[in-house]
Ligand binder design. Structure first.
Ligand code: 5GP
Length: 219
């Protein structure tokens, strides 16, 4: 079959941008802003058995489901990864992610280190991991209390977990210390821009370059 003179450039391969952090580091605000500014990024909406917090919307922040439904999804292989985090189950529905990636879109995941490890096992080449740290332990404690959506007991429990969660920083390609929201958002966007240009994410390149080598009418 003859190729048209200027075939449309095929889509690049979408990437899986994983943002992880100990709670309270500001990851949710960063993700929200990145989603507003990056039209090619889709958020992966997780399922969870955790109770809904005030202001959270079912189907937008999470799909809130019960234990029975969660187990059924695990059994049926409908979750790309899943983990027990702070006493509740969380998981990433496979279908939405696969559809977005197939359409050449990038997918943003707000998941913990256990989920990040499982995604890497399933799709190492597609995963870009970013670990977000609060500027200090004091800032973190303050942020968790200011959020006031959780009881003091939950806040204390989460703070105790930070020490354990933070040890996973070295499993990520990128680490951002979240001092200022705008700067952190710019850093995530810079990571996205560079990762999108990786050779392996532009599978059409060898064919594209070939066109220069067979250009007619030399000189
Ligand atoms: P939160 O309950 O505060 O929304 O989230 C608690 C933790 O669970 C956060 O670290 C968040 O990144 C993580 N998390 C949320 N969804 C998922 C998921 O689908 N899989 C995994 N592994 N972790 C998740």
């Amino acid at each position: 079959m003859l190729e048209p003179a200027s075939p449309p450039r095929p889509k690049r391969r979408g990437l899986m941008l994983v943002l992880s952090s100990p709670s309270g580091a500001g990851k949710t605000s960063i993700s929200r802003r990145v989603l507003e500014l990056e039209p090619e990024v889709t958020m992966s909406v997780s399922v969870t058995t955790r109770p809904k917090r005030p202001g959270e919307r079912d189907g937008i922040d999470y799909h809130f489901i019960d234990e029975a439904r969660f187990s059924a999804m695990v059994e049926a292989g409908e979750l790309l990864e899943h983990a027990l985090v702070y006493g509740h189950h969380y998981g990433t529905p496979r279908k939405a992610v696969e559809e977005a990636l197939a359409a050449g879109r990038d997918v943003l995941f707000d998941i913990d280190w256990q989920g990040a490890q499982q995604l890497r096992e399933a799709a190492a080449d597609d995963v870009v991991g970013v670990f977000i740290l609060a500027p200090s332990l004091e800032a973190l404690a303050e942020r968790l209390r200011a959020r006031a959506q959780d009881s003091e007991e939950v806040v204390r429990y989460r703070l105790a977990r930070v020490a354990a969660d933070v040890t996973h920083w070295a499993e990520y390609e990128y680490v951002i210390i979240n001092e200022e929201l705008d700067k952190s958002v710019a850093a995530v966007r810079a990571i996205l821009a560079a990762e999108r240009l990786k050779r392996r994410r532009q599978p059409f390149l060898s064919e594209f370059v070939q066109r220069f080598r067979t250009a007619p009418g030399e000189g």
